[in-house]
Design a protein around this ligand. Sequence first.
Ligand code: F6P
Length: 375
Amino acid sequence: MAKDPLRVGVLTGGGDCPGLNAALRAVTKTLILQHDAEVVGIRDGYRGLVERSVQPLSYQDVGGILTRGGTILGASNKADPFNYQPRGGADVSAQAVSTCRSLDLNALVAIGGDGTMSIAHGLSDLGINIVGVPKTIDNDLAGTDRTFGFDTAVSIASEAIDRIHTTAQSHHRVMIIETMGRYSGWIALHAGVASGADVILIPEIEYDVEEVAQVCFTRQQGGQRFTIIAIAEGAKPQEGERVVREQVDKTSDSVRLGGIGRVLADDLEDRLDSEVRTTILGHMQRGGTPTAYDRNLSTAFGARAASLVAQERYGRMVALQNGDFTTVALADVANKTRTVPLDSPLIASALDVGTSFGVQNLDDELPDSDAPAST
Ligand code: F6P
């Protein structure tokens, strides 16, 4: 008797990022070409599982989307089945499970960040066969050195800083560029170093506003009449608070950050003669075409996730560690955040070329550890 074909659902959860379509294409094409599978697209992240909103995905459906930003399936960060905001925060996970059963899905591929992987872990405990694919511009997912979307966000932020550099020079101003990064400063660090920011402020290092003002003042005195500051949205001053732009009810992550750059501008204008301006990059960093690196990473992750499904290796996320592709248990990813280690070689190189991290002596903040550092 002929075996029923493998049927696999795929969804893109959480906030969108460049490379989601490339990953969808890779998952779908690999499953169809290599494993004769049928692929079902779940719309708007986990919402589609709860509401049974799905569409078949054929080989042709994912043609021509490799370079396109966003996600053809839609995404949602308000659709956690364990805390389902469209129904007042109810636990509707049983409904998500029943959709998987009624669609005859053998497995589900969940493409997303920390929230998506935590939900995937929860559904896997309820008996759903799940494989995770890591995305987020923030690069803060545990278990992998890289998420796709990060490289694109860094290149957008870096180009923005380059452009602001020239106008800063013309007007002799202090220019602050605020990047995304709620709990981790990966984007601010990588874009800041790439574009020669004079000061880089990240959530992992609480900054001293007097020290930041001193850097601007010293540059001015030395004839460099402008200063470039890259700051992550989650950064905060010593003895200060993160800047919460908005508190929203209908989501499991209710805090929207944004605006620390303006707070810093006010603090600096009180201390300096120079004019200070702030640019908040916001969702610019999440939109548009992925870089070649992100397209390749999405393709490799997506193809590997399809192979994991075919091998019935469930409850795992594909990952990149020390340059090699591997997998990690969803249990080891769920509810964790990967922050920038203070002994990161990139921080060390930035310090060597005179970049400030907003504190007088970063050595005081360094952990006593022999653990290998991430860049
Ligand atoms: O998780 C990625 C991220 O870009 C964060 O850095 C940012 O705070 C958040 O998403 C914003 O999400 P949204 O505005 O889509 O709710």
